[in-house]
Design a protein around this ligand. Structure first.
Ligand code: FES
Length: 123
């Protein structure tokens, strides 16, 4: 199970395998200000507070510079978490736009957590 914890609200979102941070947030019923959703504008940048991400598609150096990557900037529309991550939005808060999707995501997270505990208990 991979989760994204979002500061400052503290929401915890469950992501499917290979899902981007932004895709996971939207699929869980949340939104914040973004632009192209294709790695071209940089509007979706957040701070990666904990964890690591992978970019499975090339990102133009003028959209996300090496200095930004090294400094913990995360381009959420292209970033796929390698494990649990914590991000911090810049100058805004996450907005809940679809409570039903949040409910579905919370149940998926609970099932994944129960499965993880079962695996740990079996070993
Ligand atoms: S929304 Fe444009 S780069 Fe992510």
């Amino acid at each position: 199970m991979v989760t994204v914890t979002v500061r400052p609200t503290g929401e915890v979102i469950h992501l499917d395998a290979d899902e981007t941070v932004l895709g996971g947030l939207y699929n869980a019923g949340f939104a914040y200000t973004v632009g192209c959703r294709r790695g071209g504008c940089g509007v979706c940048k957040v701070d990666l507070v904990a964890g690591e991400v992978t970019y499975n598609r090339p990102i133009a150096a003028n959209v996300l510079t090496d200095e930004e990557r090294a400094g913990g900037t995360c381009l959420t529309c292209r970033a796929v978490p390698n494990g649990d991550v914590t991000i911090a939005l810049r100058d805004e808060e996450l907005r809940l736009i679809n409570p039903l999707l949040r409910s579905i995501n919370e149940r998926a997270r609970a099932r994944a957590e129960a499965a993880r505990q079962d695996r740990e208990g079996a070993s």
